[in-house]
Design a protein around this ligand. Structure first.
Ligand SMILES: [Zn+2]
Length: 113
């Protein structure tokens, strides 16, 4: 069991009070009518799944009920920072590790391209 810092309550709370809601910083296309099917499908369905730094949307469900962002390392599960909606992360993606550039990454990139 661990604790997460809520940037709105400004205190550490038990993780059971929070729920992850997926990738953060997904921008809705300004003009959906002008999107191709591929662009709209990418916005709706495709999310990053990095091995390393990931910015996620969480909600303090059993607390202030506000949404905020979390920067988390997907391998160690370490939460590196939390910040309010509208703010930018101070921890950004780390350089790619050579072992992560495998053929499966190339295949996934090829599918989306
Ligand atoms: Zn809160």
């Amino acid at each position: 069991m661990f604790q997460i810092y809520c940037p709105y309550c400004e205190e550490l709370r038990e993780e059971e009070e929070f729920h992850p809601k997926g990738q953060a910083h997904i921008v809705r296309p300004a003009n959906p009518e002008a999107c191709s099917d591929e662009e709209w499908g990418d916005y709706l369905f495709f999310r990053d799944n990095p091995r390393g730094i990931h910015h996620e949307l969480w909600v303090h469900a059993v607390g202030c009920r506000k949404f905020f962002n979390v920067t988390r390392h997907t391998v160690s599960y370490a939460i590196l920072e939390t910040y309010k909606i509208g703010e930018q992360p101070s921890v950004t993606a780390e350089p790619a590790v050579s072992e992560s550039t495998t053929s499966t990454d190339d295949v996934r990139q090829g599918v989306r391209a």
